[in-house]
Each structure stands twice: as C-alpha cells, then as structure tokens.
Design a protein around this ligand. Structure first.
Ligand code: AMP
Length: 202
C-alpha cells in the first residue's frame, strides 16, 4: 500500500467527559498500532493499586478537580519516554489546559517532534451529562455523581476547551461530530486522519 503505516502518528483526542473520546481513542490507537496514553486511566490505576501517587490524587479525582500540572506533566513525560511510544501515541485527557499544552510542546520539541493531529469530539453539554449519568450507573465510577459531573464539565469548558484555540492556528485540529453510532464516529475520525495521510482505520 502506502508508507502510511511507517509514519509515526502523535495524536491527541479532546472532548467533554461523556463525548466517547475514551472509546474512540482506543479504536483509533489500535488501528494505528500506537498506545493510548490516558492520564485519567493512569491515575485510576494508581488509586486502585494504592501507590503513593494514588493516595496523593484520590481526593482530587473524587472532587472532579484537576491534579496539579507539574505532577501530571511529569507522569506524561515518563510515559511518553517509554519505548512503545517512540512510534507515536494517542493522548487522551492530557493536555487539559494551556499550561499543560506548553509542557507538552516543550517535551516534544526536545525530541524534535510535535502533534500531528488533534481530534476534537463535539458533543453538546446536555448529551454529555446524560451519557455520564448512564455511565455512573453502569461502571460505578466514584467521580460520576451529578455534582462532580457538572464540575468536570465546567472545568472542561473553562480550562480545556481553550486549548483548541492554541492548536487551531497550527492547522492540526479535526472537529468531529460526536453524535452518531460508534462506527459512524470512528469512520469520521478515520476520514479526517486519512486526509492528513495518517493510517487507514476502517
Ligand atoms: P478522565 O478519565 O480523563 O476524565 O480523568 C479523570 C480525572 O483525572 C480528572 O477529573 C482529573 O481529576 C484527573 N486528570 C486526568 N487527566 C488530567 C490532566 N491532564 N490534568 C489534571 N488532572 C487530570
């Protein structure tokens, strides 16, 4: 076929909680053979294992607040320095504010790299709230109670959504309609990445 498969893909998936970015991120990463780096998953795994980091962040995750930028960025640096991320990665949940964008930019620049695409999953707030309410019943996540959900969506709107304005002038943002079936949304992402010469997902 093409040499697309040899291309590294450094991707970020962004969207409000409940946008389906976790599910879509896994699909995209699997199709491209790159690891998903999800800061939320890393924190939850540490809480489950009762590590020092886990104990440090338990209350923060439960409240829906953000873990301090320095700590989060340090964890991401370590993770992205591992060998399996050398050929690319898909970030989910990081960067989550403009300070973290600056941390990531600096880290990637040290390696002569930059993000290839930012997949923005567009889902209205009411739909996110409804989906998260459902997930709290299905998965019993302790940060999926109604107050914490609303708080996390507020943080998304005020702190995370502005990162798009940082990436947009770089011409790397693909805005994807997040309403539809899982397969439809994967196909939209695939088409957008394909137009950038990144992989063939479906
Ligand atoms: P998520 O699974 O991405 O919704 O993340 C769950 C929680 O982990 C968030 O509500 C934050 O408390 C914390 N978290 C995840 N990623 C970050 C990040 N990049 N910066 C700060 N806190 C984060």
């Amino acid at each position: 076929m093409t040499d697309d498969q040899d291309r590294t893909a450094r991707l970020l998936i962004v969207g409000p909680q409940g946008s389906g970015k976790g599910t879509q991120g896994v699909r995209v990463a699997e199709a491209l053979g790159i690891p998903v780096v999800s800061t939320g998953d890393i924190f939850r795994a540490n809480i489950k294992e009762g590590t020092d980091l886990g104990q440090q962040v338990t209350a923060i995750l439960d409240s829906g607040d953000l873990v301090p930028d320095e700590l989060t960025s340090e964890i991401v640096r370590d993770r992205l320095s591992q060998e399996d991320a050398a050929g690319g990665f898909l970030l989910d949940g990081y960067p989550r504010n403009t300070a973290q964008v600056a941390h990531l930019d600096a880290f990637l620049a040290e390696h002569g790299a930059s993000l290839d695409a930012v997949i923005l999953l567009d889902v209205p707030r009411a739909e996110s709230m409804a989906r998260l309410g459902l997930r709290s019943v299905e998965q019993g996540r302790s940060d999926d109670n109604e107050a914490a959900i609303a708080h996390r969506l507020d943080i998304y709107e005020h702190e995370t959504a502005p990162i798009i304005s940082v990436y947009e002038p770089r011409g790397i943002v693909d805005r994807i309609d997040g309403i539809g079936s899982l397969d439809e949304i994967t196909a939209r992402i695939s088409a957008a990445l394909g137009a950038r010469g990144i992989g063939q997902l479906v």
